[in-house]
Design a protein around this ligand. Structure first.
Ligand SMILES: NC(=O)c1ccc[n+]([C@@H]2O[C@H](COP(=O)([O-])OP(=O)(O)OC[C@H]3O[C@@H](n4cnc5c(N)ncnc54)[C@H](OP(=O)(O)O)[C@@H]3O)[C@@H](O)[C@H]2O)c1
Length: 254
């Protein structure tokens, strides 16, 4: 068996797990953050869980870039920069600024680690190795799919960062409770951080224009659609004065 068979085996397994997860998470909300509850085994501080869980996205991506014959080509370098723009923030900055005392079950951490490792391998190995050599020549940077994808990616990144910063500002250092967030996209939806994340990975999917990118879009939706719904229901149950017109994830629609 050669590597391409392993690659597609992993791809198909990931796609099947993503579909199962999409269905499951509508019935059982992932037990971390406000949805943490007893019965999920040992846990660790969520800050450390985020750092550990997201670290393969940096380590594996860099290793696969460094060993690639394409490491001096411009388009793979641009895609590397886009990826790192997000993951350096998510793994090495975001966790240190969290104002939470929550813990995360080791089970979730383990699942996150497995997902992050396999997804990073699939994304990076395709770009740096399996993609047809004509896919990512310099002319790709002026292709409408890349340009629209890059615009979506940056737009989603900005929405996600702003929304996460609004949440962070809701608690003073040492505070633990929850408040209703206002400002920016919170005027319209309960989880703009998730909407931004989804837009960003749709942008990535367009910018790389391959099966790997499509899988990542699906994974993100499978994770965040049900979680946005759970958050929205939780807000409405927790705050009687929660803004009536606010939707869960898509302004005016859902
Ligand atoms: N790509 C993916 O598949 C994926 C999956 C999951 C998450 N993410 C991204 O990772 C980031 C964090 O996700 P998350 O699920 O932890 O987001 P979250 O549930 O919105 O929580 C983010 C942080 O804000 C705090 N917070 C949330 N709502 C609050 C409120 N109303 N009042 C006060 N504090 C509040 C939380 O505290 P507590 O910890 O105390 O609840 C937590 O520290 C997001 O940007 C998300 O898009 C991506």
């Amino acid at each position: 068996m050669n590597e391409i068979h392993v690659f597609w085996g992993l791809y198909i397994a990931s796609a099947i797990i993503a579909v199962s997860m999409l269905v499951l998470l509508f019935f059982v909300s992932a037990p971390y953050g406000r949805h943490i509850r007893e019965g999920w085994g040992p846990s660790i501080s969520s800050k450390w869980a985020w750092i550990i869980m997201e670290s393969p996205a940096i380590i594996i991506f860099i290793i696969l870039y460094v060993i690639s014959d394409r490491r001096t080509e411009l388009v793979p370098i641009v895609l590397l920069v886009m990826w790192m723009l997000h993951y350096i923030q998510r793994d090495l900055i975001f966790p240190f600024f969290l104002r939470t005392n929550k813990r995360m079950p080791l089970l979730i951490l383990l699942f996150g680690l497995i997902f992050q490792s396999s997804n990073t391998y699939i994304q990076a190995r395709w770009i740096f190795h399996f993609a047809d050599s004509s896919s990512y020549t310099i002319s790709w940077l002026t292709d409408p799919r890349f340009i629209i994808g890059a615009v979506f990616f940056i737009f989603g990144y900005i929405i996600n960062r702003h929304a996460d910063l609004v949440l962070r500002a809701l608690r003073k250092p040492g505070e633990k409770g929850y408040k209703i967030p206002f400002g920016g996209m919170y005027k319209y939806i309960s989880s703009p951080n998730y909407l931004g994340e989804i837009i960003m990975w749709i942008g990535w999917g367009l910018a790389v224009w391959n099966w790997a990118g499509l899988l990542f879009v699906f994974w993100t939706l499978a994770n965040l659609l049900p979680r946005a719904r759970s958050h929205h229901i939780w807000y409405k149950e927790t705050f009687p004065d929660y803004p009536e017109e606010r939707k869960a994830l898509i302004p005016f629609i859902y």
